[in-house]
Structures are given as structure tokens and as C-alpha cells.
Write a protein that binds this ligand. Structure first.
Ligand SMILES: [Zn+2]
Length: 636
């Protein structure tokens, strides 16, 4: 993790700073305040000893293994890049400029040391830890005290054996002299205190030779360089491949073919390369140049602005098609048993399939003669394909493998739109509105001089990325737009603000169902609109529909039509699980929305409601209780 120093004055958290190697670090007070494991006020219990007038403690901020795994599952579900290294992620999260981002990361703080106190402090380390715990600090759960060096030495193997059962990754333990006075007397040599030492566990790193770099192209076209290594034994297994992430990492670390490199493998993380051993070079190493063309289809690779990865943008790239189909049939997507990656590869090679929809029209004859396919397996595979036609809409959307649309976003889209046709309709209309907006903005967007005007012009290149989200619920869009675009307006007094704001309102209107889904953001909305308004993609969906794949959300049995045309937002705790309330609404023809806008018909409020309640008040949206809702559904 990352060391933090917390200062409390009269029990109130005043500041938090990072500190590396004894130097003064960054002030991260606002970020530290968002950590649940950092008390804002001590003591947290009334019967605890009173806080000193001034208390400075040292600790560590990190991400627990379990939290890191969940964070990455979440990233994957949203289609975002996963984090490689828990330590770097923790450090990067704590140093964010925006505390709201820090608050979203699952950081944990442990406190282990008193740096300074205006009150007398305990005479031993052991008592200090107890005192810190009494004040309400979160302590590392595993601490032990030994009466002699022999007892300590005897216990070391058991610490090592437990290494992977700790809730966090660790490379060793810290051994301290318990008597604080004695420890002080022992003093410091250089930077190292003599009263404390680190006992390192055997390394999970090894050095080996980088033989080659191969290129993977994923279903989104993303290019990932993979290291081919001289096989090396690292923490229990032989590793011969490791990820290099992307070519910017390779360039930044200056990794060359032929280098001795340090490979790390820890827990369940994919092995990765920390960097080269530069001292071991003999001059025969060759630099690794990013490829310019896709190795599978020879299309020039593209690096989108602001991205670190290269992409093959050819949607018919055979490798991309293979990876999409491999994903499509996988358990996390359509879950078609009996059709695995090798079968997909064979079916593509024999030109039996070129896209996802082709799977649903495969015949017994098509499967005949494939490796490992006898009568029985053919029957099973065809049955599995047939069953896959009835997957829930959310699962179908996930399976399309749209960048950014993992299972979480797909489920939201399915419940918001209820059918793929409604989603396509919204996206096509939005795309048309976007193009109309662009045709007005284009002459000005490309002609800006000052840096401020250039920034303003960038907002006009695609209204979905920024403007639509920003002004979705705003009054006076024209006035706000004029203010936002002022630097550009100064250079181009003829910029048609009225026409632009009318075109923007048309975009907002068309994209409304997407804009009201909270948490989607401009980039993701743009990605969804682009995908579902693309002709090839629509053709794919139509072909799947024609083959009998269900593209509708299963309807709950209709119980009435009392809520026809109404939209509801639910906030707070209800007397029954949330799904039952949602079902009550949808079974009477109503729609559920996740965020409040002026178009929301009612906000249903339960116990301890969230910010949606405040927003409803602010917008003047009618607020009703669960009982009101039930009465409205079936008036007696
Ligand atoms: Zn390609």
C-alpha cells in the first residue's frame, strides 16, 4: 500500500498526507476523508480514553484482495480495462484530484504507529496498538508479541505459511522492539531504524529472458502485446507467458527483446512484467516497435485520442470475428454448451459461420465431420443452440460484446428498453439528431484559434460526449450554451447559438431514455448509440431475430393498466424487496427509471430516501409513499 500520516487536533481529523521515504508527501486530506476506515473524529466510542489535543499517527492505505477482485469484476462487467496491480491502484486512487473518484474506490486504511502526541504515550508498542484500537482506529488484524528472539524465530515459518491467507497482498512482516524507550535508544542508521526490521518472504518475482512478443487482437479490436518468456519457476508454477499490457508500457519501461526481465506472479493475478534488468544488457537486445498493421487482417492499426491501446478497426477482421464468437458462446455470454473455441475456429475456417447469427441456423449437416462431433454431440449442440434462443434480453445484449457494455449496463438497458427494437429506435433517432447538430456545428468546430476556443470547439464535435449529459435537465440551455462557448463565440460572432441549442435539445430529447439511466456517462452513451445505429450491427440483430432469438424482456403478467404512460423512480427502503415494487409498477403498465427528471411521473419514497428525494423536491415531481402506490394500482 501507501503510507499515510493522519493528524488529529482535539479529536478532529485535520489533515492526511502521503509520505514516502521520510519525505513530505502530497496533501490528500479531502481524499482521506472519504475512507470509511479513517475516523473523522476520535474517540469513536464514548467510554474510550479522550483524544489528545494533538495526535499524529501513521498507517497504510491499501486495497484488500477481495475488494480488488470485486473492483476488477466490476470493471470487466462494465467493459473497462482491469487494474493490474493493487498497490498502484491504491496509490493512484488516493492521489486522485477529485475526492469523489477516491470515494468510489474500495480503499482500506490501517493505522499502526503513533508519530507524535501531546499526551504521554504508552511505553510499549503492544500497548500503543491497544490504545489506537480504543480510539477507534482500524488495526492490522494479524499482530503477535513474542517474549524472546528464539520464540519469534520459531514462529517465522508459520507467518510465511499464512502469507496468502491474509486479506491483503504482502511481501513480508515487520518486526519491532516492543519497548518504545529501548527502540529509541537503538537509534537510526542512515534511514533505517535499528529497533524495527522487515522480514521478507521468498520472492514472487523471478528474472528470465524475454524471447519474443506476440500480438493478441481481442473482439473489440484491442491489441495486447504478450511476452514469450524462457520458462521460469515463480511462486509455485512455471511461467512462459506474461502480459505486457500495451505498447506505452513497453516504451515507458524500455523493455527490449532479449532483455532479462523481472516477472511477477502473485496469487491469482495473471503474471506480468515489472521491467527489464538494464544492468544485464550486452547490447544484443532489440527494441520492441508497436505494430503498424493488424497481424491477422493487415488493416492499419489506430490509436484513438487519449487511449493507450492500439486497435484493429476492421469489423470483419478474422481474429476479431473469432474472438467475438468465442465470447458470444461463452458461459458469461450466451452460454452455448458443446460449442467451444476450437469448434468456432473450425466453423469459421470452413466458412460455415461468419457472424453470431449464423450459429442459430446451423444444421446437423454443418456440424457433421467437425472434430469430435459424433451423432450424440451434434444433437446436444443443436439443442444447446435452440435453448440459447430464449436467453433473457440482458444476456443477449451482454453477448454482443459492445465496448463498455458488460452485464451491469446490459441489465440496465434491458430493463429500461424492454426490447431490442426500442433500443435500436432510440439509438437511430439519436444518431440522426447528432448528425443534424454536427452539420450546424462543423464549420465552426474546425475553425478555432485560441486554446480556450479550441476547447469550446471540441465540445461541438460530438454533443453526446459532453453537452447532452451536461444539459439533460437544465433550464435555459441556450443561455448556458452561449456562456460555455463564449471563447468560440468571441472568435465567431456568427456562431448560430439558437440553432445549436435547438439541435442539442433534439439530441437530448431523442437520447432521453439513455440519459435518464444514471451512471452511463457521455462516452458510454455515445458507444451504445454508435453500435445500435450501425447498419451492419442492425443487420446482425435482424438476422438473429429472423433465426428465432428472443429480443424482448419477458413481460410480467399484466395485472392492469393503471400506470400506463407513467414513469416511476423508487428511493429509500420499502416494506418488501425492491423488485416486488418494480413488478407492481410494470405489471400495471408503468415504467421504472433510475434517475429523477422533469418527465418522471412519481417518485416513490420509502425509509431513509437518498438524493433522488431531494431532486424530486427540487424539480417539483410528485412524491408518493408505497401505500399511495398500492392504492393507485388497485383503487378500491
Ligand atoms: Zn485485424
Amino acid at each position: 500500500g501507501l503510507t499515510i500520516v493522519l493528524t488529529y487536533e482535539n479529536g478532529i481529523l485535520r489533515s492526511g498526507a502521503t509520505r514516502g521515504n521520510g519525505e513530505v508527501g502530497d496533501d490528500v486530506t479531502a481524499n482521506v476523508r472519504t475512507l470509511k476506515t479513517v475516523p473523522l473524529r476520535i474517540p469513536i466510542q464514548r467510554d474510550a480514553p479522550p483524544a489528545p489535543a494533538r495526535l499524529v499517527v501513521r498507517g497504510e492505505v491499501l486495497i484488500l484482495k477481495e475488494d480488488f477482485k470485486k473492483l476488477n469484476e466490476d470493471q470487466a462487467a462494465r467493459g473497462h480495462a482491469i487494474y493490474v496491480n493493487a498497490r498502484n491502484t491504491a496509490s493512484g486512487s488516493l492521489k486522485q484530484k477529485d475526492p469523489r473518484i477516491t470515494a468510489q474506490r474500495p480503499l482500506t486504511a490501517f493505522v499502526y504507529d503513533i508519530v507524535d502526541s501531546s499526551d504521554p504515550t504508552p511505553a510499549t508498542e503492544w500497548e500503543s496498538l491497544a490504545y489506537l484500537a480504543q480510539l477507534g482506529f482500524n488495526l492490522v488484524p494479524d499482530c503477535e508479541r513474542y517474549d524472546s528472539l528464539d520464540a519469534l524465530a520459531a514462529a517465522l515459518p508459520s507467518w510465511e505459511a499464512r502469507r496468502h491467507s491474509f486479506p491483503f497482498e504482502t511481501d513480508g512482516i515487520v518486526i519491532k522492539v516492543d519497548q518504545v524507550a529501548l527502540r529509541r535508544e537503538l537509534g537510526v542508521v542512515g534511514k533505517d531504524p535499528r529497533g524495527a526490521t522487515a522480514f521478507k518472504f521468498p520472492s514472487e518475482e523471478a528474472t528470465t529472458r524475454l524471447l519474443d512478443v506476440t500480438i493478441n487482437v481481442g473482439r473489440t479490436g484491442k491489441v495486447t502485446p504478450t511476452a514469450v518468456l524462457e520458462p521460469v519457476f515463480v511462486s509455485g508454477v512455471t511461467v512462459s507467458n506474461a502480459t505486457l499490457h500495451n505498447y506505452e508500457v513497453i516504451r515507458d519501461l524500455d523493455i527490449r527483446i532479449g532483455d532479462r526481465v523481472i516477472v511477477k506472479r502473485s496469487g491469482e493475478v495473471i503474471p506480468y512484467i515489472i521491467g527489464p534488468v538494464e544492468a544485464a544488457r550486452d547490447g544484443s537486445e532489440t527494441p520492441i516497435r508497436p505494430p503498424t498493421h493488424c497481424p491477422f487482417c493487415n488493416t492499419p492499426l489506430v490509436q484513438p485520442a487519449g487511449a493507450v491501446d492500439l486497435f484493429c478497426v476492421n469489423p470483419r477482421c478474422p481474429e476479431r470475428v473469432f474472438r467475438s464468437l468465442e465470447f458470444f458462446v461463452s458461459r458469461q455470454a450466451m452460454d452455448i454448451e458443446n460449442i467451444g473455441p476450437q469448434t468456432i475456429r473450425q466453423l469459421i475456417d470452413e466458412r460455415k459461420i461468419t457472424r453470431e447469427s449464423d450459429l442459430f441456423t446451423l444444421s446437423a449437416e454443418d456440424l457433421h465431420g467437425l472434430e469430435g462431433f459424433a451423432e450424440r454431440k451434434i444433437a446436444n449442440a443443436l439443442a444447446a443452440i435452440e435453448a440459447a434462443k430464449q436467453r433473457p434480453l440482458a444476456q443477449v445484449i451482454t453477448s454482443l460484446g459492445i465496448d463498455g457494455v458488460g452485464s451491469v449496463v446490459a441489465a440496465t438497458l434491458a430493463s429500461e428498453f424492454r426490447s431490442i427494437d426500442a433500443l435500436i429506435d432510440t439509438c437511430v433517432r439519436t444518431q440522426q439528431a447528432v448528425e443534424a447538430f454536427r452539420s450546424i456545428a462543423a464549420p465552426f468546430a474546425q475553425n478555432a484559434a485560441s486554446p480556450e476556443a479550441v476547447r469550446a470547439a471540441e465540445r461541438l464535435t460530438n454533443p453526446l460526449l459532453d453537452l447532452a449529459v451536461r444539459y439533460a435537465d437544465a433550464p435555459d440551455v441556450e443561455k448556458r450554451l452561449a456562456r460555455l462557448l463564449k471563447p468560440l463565440l468571441d472568435e465567431h460572432p456568427d456562431l448560430p447559438i439558437a440553432a445549436l441549442s435547438a439541435a442539442l435539445l433534439a439530441v437530448i430529447d431523442a437520447a432521453r431514455p439513455l440519459l435518464t439511466i444514471s451512471g452511463l456517462g457521455g462516452i458510454l452513451i455515445n458507444g451504445i448509440v454508435t453500435w445500435f445505429s450501425n447498419e451492419d450491427n442492425i443487420a446482425l440483430i435482424r438476422a438473429m431475430q429472423a433465426a428465432g432469438v428472443s429480443m424482448q424482456r419477458a413481460q410480467a403478467a399484466a395485472l392492469g393498466d393503471a400506470f400506463n404512460g407513467m414513469s416511476f423512480v423508487i428511493t429509500g427502503t420499502m416494506s418488501v424487496p425492491r423488485e416486488q415494487i418494480e413488478q407492481l409498477i410494470t405489471s400495471h403498465g408503468g415504467k421504472i427509471s433510475s434517475s429523477v427528471s422533469k418527465k418522471t411521473s412519481f417518485v416513490v419514497v420509502g425509509d431513509s430516501p437518498g438524493s433522488k428525494y431531494d431532486k424530486a423536491l427540487a424539480l417539483g415531481v410528485p412524491i408518493i409513499s408505497e401505500a399511495d402506490l398500492r392504492k393507485m394500482a388497485s383503487p378500491a
